[in-house]
Design a protein around this ligand. Structure first.
Ligand code: SAM
Length: 285
């Protein structure tokens, strides 16, 4: 078949797929349905009748719709509706940052796998798997997804003591391994290239069979979770590889852990801000 001259090139099609995937993972596309569910939860709780008009036109009947959508886009999860129905909490700029780092890694042939410590529903790791696939980079690289799959641990050190985000307080943060595998399946992205490490970081990460990492993304929120990931994994990051910290400004204990780690290891590579919370730096060659 002869394609017309106006057929978009491979890169345009790749970018369109990745763009749609990011929006799907963040539930920006069916955001109205999320608001419908929340509305239904409220009327059931308050024993009110359902208003079919509100249900149909929820976008136009929600006073702060634009604000809620922009909070979701920014990944500001505790200021708006907590996104219990999306596949990632990280917002669009931090998704874009994963793509930015990945494209440099592919272009400069930085060796190693991709990894996230703290995956929740799996969204960021699903996106990593897609990036490897669309750039044909999944022969020598895989994606590691480390999580308890039971939520955050209870605070165990003084630095975390006011941050009890464990399943008893925040059950929506505890997503089981089978549910995460199902999420990968939903996007047709579950295969042997995805490696799950189930358990507390302090137990799973020191002996994980990871050789080299090109991209290490930390999203465990707490001081201890951050150090339990940085300590065993930092030396596995290749020169030219990236370290991304999701919670640097959102959670003071995370910032403290990163600052202490960087000082103790004399890391002088500058940190770059991604958005209101995320930062990253690149290991020098
Ligand atoms: C904020 S969520 C991660 C969000 C996710 N990256 C996304 O794309 O939406 C934090 C995750 O870290 C996990 N976690 C935090 N500390 C942990 C630890 N010490 N060991 C294992 N899992 C941990 C929790 O179970 C939870 O799934």
């Amino acid at each position: 078949m002869n394609l017309p001259e106006t057929t978009p090139n491979t890169d345009t099609l790749r970018q369109m797929y990745l763009d749609l995937l990011k929006r799907s993972l963040l539930n920006l596309i069916y955001f109205d349905n999320e608001l419908r569910l929340i509305y239904l939860q409220q009327v059931i709780k308050n024993k009110q009748p359902i208003d079919p008009g509100i249900l149909r036109d929820i976008r136009y009947r929600t006073q702060n719709y634009a604000d809620l959508l922009s909070l979701r886009t920014a990944g500001r999860n505790f200021s708006g509706q907590i996104p219990q129905f999306s596949h990632s909490l990280i917002g669009l700029p931090r998704m874009e940052n994963i793509q930015h780092c990945a494209e440099i890694i592919f272009k400069e042939k930085i060796p190693g796998d991709f990894m996230e410590t703290g995956v929740w529903q799996g969204g960021a790791t699903i996106f990593m798997r897609a990036l490897l696939k669309v750039y044909g980079e999944d022969i020598d690289r895989c994606v590691w997804a480390a999580d308890s799959f039971e939520g955050l641990p209870k605070p165990q050190v003084p630095q975390d003591e006011t941050y009890d985000l464990s399943a008893s307080k925040f059950p929506f943060l505890a997503i089981g391994l089978e549910a995460v595998r199902d999420n990968f399946r939903t996007y047709n992205l579950l295969d042997d290239c995805v490696k799950f490490l189930k358990g507390w970081f302090e137990e799973t990460l020191p002996n994980a069979p990871i050789k080299r990492l090109a991209l290490l993304r930390l999203d465990g929120d707490l001081y201890k979770s951050t150090l339990d990931a940085l300590n065993p994994l930092y030396d596995k990051v290749s020169p030219g590889g990236f370290i991304i910290i999701d919670d640097y400004y959102a959670f003071e204990p995370c910032k403290q852990a990163v600052d202490e780690f960087r000082a103790s290891r004399n890391i002088i590579e500058p940190m770059t801000e991604i958005d209101w919370t995320g930062v990253f730096w690149r290991k020098s060659y």
